[in-house]
Design a protein around this ligand. Structure first.
Ligand code: ZN
Ligand code: ZN
Ligand code: ZN
Ligand code: ZN
Length: 158
């Protein structure tokens, strides 16, 4: 009756598994640890199963799996439900500032990085002109644009 027009994309059963045989221990693809591991939902890579050690609201970036999910295009792309490969995804490209896009696509939380990250103009503090690093933080965004913390603080009378 109901025509099921939803066709599941053909999944290839080609699983290249270079298993050398003999229970070689897996290691986290990011930090190399061999403790508790899990596989990333986005790209099926071995990674530390360390989300539990994250202290709520600490904003510490010490969890491999969390870092990959939160601070990479790969993780974002998967979470957002985009189609295809994140490296060629136009949606990802359009949803971030170019600088953030490049950071998310090339930082140390990635298993694979963008081969040809797009060029972008450096982001400068709109008050003092200091170069900001949008990926690492240390800036504020207001109606006047991006500003370094120093200018933000002096503006607040600190
Ligand atoms: Zn790790
Ligand atoms: Zn991934
Ligand atoms: Zn995407
Ligand atoms: Zn400034």
């Amino acid at each position: 009756m109901a025509n099921s027009s939803s066709s599941t994309p053909g999944k290839r059963a080609s699983r290249a598994r270079p298993s050398p045989g003999g229970g070689a221990a897996h290691a986290c693809g990011l930090c190399g640890k061999t403790g508790r591991l899990t596989k990333t939902a986005c790209c099926d890579q071995w990674i530390c199963d360390d989300e539990g050690s994250y202290v709520m609201f600490s904003y510490a970036r010490n969890s491999c799996s969390r870092n990959h999910r939160r601070y990479t295009l790969c993780g974002y792309h998967h979470t957002a439900g985009h189609a295809g490969d994140w490296r060629t995804c136009q949606d990802c490209r359009e949803e971030f500032e170019p600088e953030i896009y490049v950071y998310y696509g090339t930082n140390e939380h990635n298993f694979v990085t963008l081969e040809n990250p797009p060029e972008f103009a450096p982001t400068l503090c709109s008050t003092c002109g200091e170069r900001l690093n949008l990926g690492e933080g240390g800036y504020s965004l207001s109606n006047d644009g991006y500003r370094c913390l120093g200018c933000t603080a002096s503006d607040l009378g600190l």
